[in-house]
Design a protein around this ligand. Structure first.
Ligand code: FA5
Length: 338
């Protein structure tokens, strides 16, 4: 029986068969167990000898079962691992990827340049009140400059901001000089659209206030931005211009050296030295909030520009309306690259 059992154990091909063999020999009513049951009928001398004999057989069988079980378990695990293995050489499933909108890419470029110069980046409300959008910026209601920026009015008397300049007021009311800030965000104008004008577009506003800030600082800052955008030989041009909230005021353009041979002056935006009336309006608002008047005797400059113009030239987009028409043929060209 010993040889027969050991033979059956060694040749069991899997754990199930091994379990059956175990039951057959050492289970409750297995052959070895039954054999032990017969001991009681033997005379004492015989019983001792026979008992030792059967126990030896049982120990041999138990040891063989244990050994075979370990071997089969190991084999089962190996087979499972092999069948569940991931083939890392298979090609992956393609993931559809989005991309940064061209305007956001231009913002990233511009903001990177200003952050390196130590500017703080802020945003602000798109729904504004008349006081921040016009009044405090030295544009009283009767002033003809209001016609320069046609306005979307809301029913409650508020409006969609026509430029990012109201954030100059908000930031100065909340902070004390010195300060270097850029504002990014959407602005809205009630005007007919064409290839270079949209009713919703973006601006980047700059504001610097401190002691002895000068026009030279303003020009140097715009020149630094131009070099950041177009390389060390970039040129800038300033022409006198009128904005009620600055004095003197100027428009600035950057020479755009285009490899496609379309080089030209790119009219980017307006700028100037902050008008004393603006500082006064800020201090008036601060006083209402119980804050000290701190802008008397300060000097500062501000500028505002439209990133759409930069993006149109950079990416060769001929019409500003393509940016916001959500045409996948346009936006698809910017997929994946960041
Ligand atoms: C302003 O909005 C002033 N707030 C800029 C400023 C800030 C001047 C601080 C002085 C000091 P303007 O209306 O020129 O200025 O607009 C600024 C820029 O926005 C323009 O140069 C142009 O690049 C862009 N822009 C103006 N109107 C549109 C439009 N309809 N569509 C697309 N871009 C526009």
């Amino acid at each position: 029986m010993r040889e027969e059992a050991l033979q059956a154990i060694q040749s069991a091909p899997d754990l199930e068969t091994l379990q059956a063999v175990k039951t057959r020999y050492v289970g409750k009513s297995g052959l070895v167990t039954k054999e032990l049951g017969t001991l009681g009928k033997l005379p004492p001398e015989e019983r001792k000898r026979r008992g030792a004999e059967i126990n030896a057989v049982r120990q041999a069988i138990d040891a063989a079962l244990q050994g075979r079980e370990a071997v089969l378990k190991r084999a089962a695990l190996d087979a499972k691992l092999a069948s569940e293995a991931v083939d890392v050489t298979l090609p992956g499933l393609p993931l559809p990827s989005g991309g940064l909108h061209p305007i956001n890419r231009v913002y990233e470029d511009l903001i990177g340049i200003y952050e390196r110069m130590g500017y703080v980046v802020v945003e602000g409300p798109e729904v504004e009140d008349e006081h921040h959008n016009f009044e405090a910026l030295n544009v009283p209601w009767y002033h003809p400059a209001r016609d320069l920026q046609d306005t979307f009015w809301l029913e409650d008397g508020r409006l969609l901001r026509t430029h990012t300049s109201p954030m100059q007021i908000r930031y100065m009311v909340d902070h004390e000089p010195p300060m270097k800030v850029v504002v990014r965000g959407k602005v809205y104008r009630y005007e007919a659209t064409d290839a270079t004008h949209e009713a919703m577009f973006h601006q980047l506003e700059g504001l610097v206030v401190g002691d002895g800030v000068s026009m030279a600082d303003l020009k140097g800052t715009i020149a630094e931005m131009a070099r950041g955008l177009y390389g060390p030989s970039a040129k800038v041009r300033f022409q006198p211009s009128y904005y009620p909230f600055v004095e003197p005021g100027a428009d600035f353009a950057v020479w755009w050296d285009n490899p496609r041979g379309e080089s030209k002056w790119l009219e980017l935006g307006g700028c100037g030295m902050i008008h004393p009336n603006v500082f006064k309006a800020v201090d008036d608002l601060r006083e209402v909030q119980g804050k000290p008047r701190v802008y008397g005797g300060k000097a500062g400059f501000a500028f505002g520009l439209g990133p759409e113009r930069i993006a149109m030239l950079k990416y060769g987009i001929p019409d500003i309306r393509y940016f916001y028409a959500n045409d996948p043929r346009v936006l698809g060209q910017f997929r994946g690259e960041l």
